[in-house]
Ligand binder design. Sequence first.
Ligand code: MG
Length: 216
Amino acid sequence: MHQAYFFDMDGVLLDSMPNHAEAWRIVMQEYGIDFPPRVCYINEGRTGMDIIRWLGDHNNRSFTPDEVQHIYDEKTRVYHELGGGKPLPCIREVLETLQGKAAIWVVTGGGQYDLYEQLEHWFPGIFVREQMVTAHDVTHGKPHPEPYLTAWQRSGFRKEDCCVVENAPLGIKAGKAAGLFTIGVNTGILSRSDLSMAGADRVFNDMREVKKWLAV
Ligand code: MG
């Protein structure tokens, strides 16, 4: 077992990616931009603002700062309207296995101001505000190493004592670029090879396998 675990949120703590992908698809359609689920999952990990700029660049569109903010707000609204996220199967058991034995951090590209309240709602007593790195804490989102480097620096642990838990190729790249042991849990529609090719040190099919691995 490592001494600190840096958990990504969407697709790791919360089964939220289907609704994120659908919300993005609906909102971008209003701008005449096709954003199919696989492309969404491949780009998962970028901050919302980065995704909007990336979509603009790939569709010969440039969005004003007001448009970017409007798209982001709309996407957040539709995501919640669709039902948001709920805990992934077996993630509570994974967190309970670690509780009291290792530091538990959240490192997410999400920037909703009620993220902590959402986590507290789903996982009461597990997370603390001081052990969160969100879109508001970094200049560069994943795949840049900054989010995980920020968590590592704030945590005070040695790099070899930290483990990143990710579901997305760009998140895995961010963890590896930060020089951290990184596991990939394939909870979405991508293939295992998408995660191993991104550099994951270990790839698991689901949280049940992660729990077994932690218990060894
Ligand atoms: Mg994720």
